[in-house]
Ligand binder design. Structure first.
Ligand SMILES: C[S@@+](CC[C@H](N)C(=O)[O-])C[C@H]1O[C@@H](n2cnc3c(N)ncnc32)[C@H](O)[C@@H]1O
Length: 212
């Protein structure tokens, strides 16, 4: 089966489980708060790509109630959770590979752990699209697990369901951002302990759209 198809099916099946585990996880809150500080403006339009059950959207909406959030995810079950968790957001089913087709512009874009589910080529295209969709001076939030792309492959979770996990080289992602006129101004290295006790480093990057 196509790795994307299986991965998307897995996420759709595990939406409620992900919500139970991650809706209130606070290890990323410092990075969300820094993103909110960088937003500056009280009002504005924000696009979230791969929003899951709305965990980041919920944090941002509470912190900046005037933000108009469009939360997108390829999984209809995740979008159902967003509608329940953050009714003020506009929640849409959308594949991150189709972001380039959007005809809207945003003051900010959030990409929380979506690129681990995109190939290097699709990641580059999505970041390039973000550079086009985000207004000059706007802010982008991107998180991922940097690593050796050769170690990418199917991972099987405790439910037995598989998803294809992509490691992206940090330098390549930084180059993608730079080519999209997104200038990195802050990074966070967050140590995450997985259920099996193994730790990994999660990188959060905050970038601002240059006048370009
Ligand atoms: C690890 S969760 C991240 C959720 C949330 N953004 C966060 O940071 O906690 C990954 C999300 O990406 C979504 N996803 C996977 N492949 C996708 C694709 N091709 N397009 C859009 N969303 C996708 C999954 O459905 C899931 O909700």
């Amino acid at each position: 089966m196509d790795p994307y198809k299986e991965t998307i099916q897995t996420w759709d099946k595990l939406a409620e489980r992900y919500e139970q585990m991650f809706m209130d996880m606070d290890i990323y809150h410092e990075s969300y708060a820094a993103f909110c500080d960088a937003l500056g403006a009280e009002e504005g339009r924000l696009l979230e790509i791969g929003c899951g059950p709305g965990n980041i959207t919920q944090y941002l909406q509470k912190k900046v109630p005037t933000l108009q959030i469009t939360a997108t995810d390829v999984s209809p079950s995740m979008i159902e959770r967003v509608n329940i968790n953050v009714p003020s957001a506009e929640a849409r089913v959308m594949d991150a590979r189709d972001v380039g087709a959007l005809q809207e512009s945003f003051n900010a874009i959030v990409c929380g752990f979506i690129i681990p589910y995109l190939s290097a080529e699709d990641c580059t295209q999505m970041i390039s699209a973000c550079g086009r969709l985000i207004q000059k001076g706007g802010v982008c939030y991107l998180s991922f697990v940097p690593g050796n792309p050769k170690e990418s492959g199917f991972v099987t979770g405790s439910t037995g369901d598989r998803s294809y996990f992509h490691y992206h080289a940090k330098d390549r992602v930084m180059e993608d951002l730079s080519k999209a006129y997104l200038e990195v101004f802050k990074t966070f290295e967050i140590i995450y302990k997985k259920a099996n006790g193994v730790t990994e480093m999660h990188l959060v990057v905050l970038a601002r759209r240059l006048e370009g």
